[in-house]
Design a protein around this ligand. Structure first.
Ligand code: PLP
Length: 388
């Protein structure tokens, strides 16, 4: 109930146009997520049409033709609400992943699932742990709830790859009065991953009252022999939640579909908290088609592998340091000039991503594109670096 004084204070702050101060304190100190610059925006600014966007880790192949065909059939039904249970998509995922349907929670992109997880398990004042240089969405959702984010310094190469998660230090923090821990595997923007042994040790060390979130947004791209089989850990670790997405290798970033796999008990909770129709009908139909479109994912994987090789070799030829990546992107070192390199690439119609907000002030991140897009980027980078 509001007291007269409280009502007066609220009225005053509205009158003085200080509504911002009405926001809960965690929200007031939020730094907004910075998305990659859209092609249309750069086109407006520079009046150029030939633009290569390598800024948001999107699939450069374009959507699968099978998905486009399915979407055309679905269009005539958009007067209906979507299937709120996601029956067909969940069944397709369950049989592909050899899990049970009731272990799945669908979301409006995996970001939505991550937020639902935080809202389900984290209360204001509780502690959540993530790594330095880790995906920017974790601190955002933690802070919005008023929970306390603890950022653990990245590995120096002793426990895990340089710039990657230090799972030993993270286990230490996560065992100390903590509610949730986020592991990006591989991490964006560094492209580093935690291997099976280190992840096994980590999950074994974490108390069962701590929710462990493993974000596998780039799962489909990874071939490394020692990449963890995280789903196999679910049996013995009911506090584990694995998130994946259709935004990257499946090429559906614009439609927004992601999911988590967990114990049925945890999924039951998440499904109570999520919005009833959080995944729209076009997204459900497209993702269902995409799950069974193995050729498209294979093609995306092959293209990405060639692109990673092309970009790495390009950086080596230019004597540019980069962080070895298993994702569909690479961070490269521009020294103290990263802002100016970023801007000069823009004037050449190349959009990459600044990662200053990830405490990587000397780096830029480039997503793997088509072969000629990668070449255009490398040529532009060469010109920019030579004219320094
Ligand atoms: C791209 C990305 C996601 C996926 O986000 P969606 O909401 O599924 O599009 C999740 N986690 C990480 C680390 C990512 O880089």
């Amino acid at each position: 109930m509001c007291s007269i004084t409280q009502i007066r204070m609220i009225k005053d702050s509205i009158a003085e146009n200080r509504c911002e101060q009405l926001a809960v304190s965690g929200v007031q100190s939020l730094t907004p997520y910075q998305p990659g610059k859209p092609i249309s925006e750069l086109a407006r600014e520079l009046g150029i049409t030939s633009i290569v966007k390598l800024a948001s880790n999107e699939n450069p192949l374009g959507p699968s033709p099978k998905v486009v065909e399915k979407l055309q059939q679905e269009l005539t039904d958009i007067n209906r609400y979507p299937d709120g249970s996601g029956f067909e998509l969940k069944n397709a995922l369950a049989s592909k992943l050899k899990i049970s349907v009731d272990q799945i929670t669908l979301g409006n992109g995996s970001n939505d699932v991550l937020e639902v997880i935080a809202r389900t398990f984290l209360a204001a004042g509780e502690k959540a742990v993530y790594s330095q240089h880790a995906f920017a969405v974790y601190p955002l959702i933690v802070q919005a709830i008023g929970a306390l984010g603890v950022c653990v310094p990245a590995s120096d190469g002793t426990n895990g790859p340089c710039f990657g998660h230090d799972l030993v230090a993270m286990a230490f923090q996560a065992s100390d009065n903590c509610k949730m821990v986020f592991i990006a595997n591989p991490n964006n923007p560094t492209g580093t991953y935690s291997n099976d042994q280190s992840l096994q040790r980590f999950v074994d060390a974490i108390p069962s009252k701590v929710i462990i979130v493993i974000d596998e947004a780039y799962y489909e791209y990874i071939d490394a022999q020692d990449y963890p089989h995280s789903l196999a850990l679910l049996q013995s670790h009911p506090n584990l939640i694995i998130t994946r997405t259709f935004s990257k290798a499946y090429g559906l970033a614009g439609l927004r579909v992601g999911y988590s796999v967990s114990s049925a008990g945890v999924a039951g909770l998440l499904n109570r908290v999520r919005q009833p129709f959080n995944v729209n009908s076009l997204a459900l139909a497209a993702a269902h088609t995409a799950v069974n479109d193995a050729d498209y994912v294979q093609m995306s994987k092959r293209l990405n592998k060639q692109g990673l090789t092309q970009l790495s070799k390009g950086f080596e030829d230019l004597n540019v340091d980069y962080i070895s990546s298993v994702g569909n992107f690479i961070c490269f070192n521009c020294g103290h000039d990263n802002a100016s390199v970023f801007n000069r690439l823009l004037t050449k119609g190349i959009i990459v991503r600044r990662v200053d907000n990830y405490q990587l002030p000397q780096y830029l991140r480039v997503s793997v594109g088509l072969e000629d897009e990668n070449s255009r980027f490398l040529d532009a980078l060469k010109t920019v670096l030579q004219s320094k």
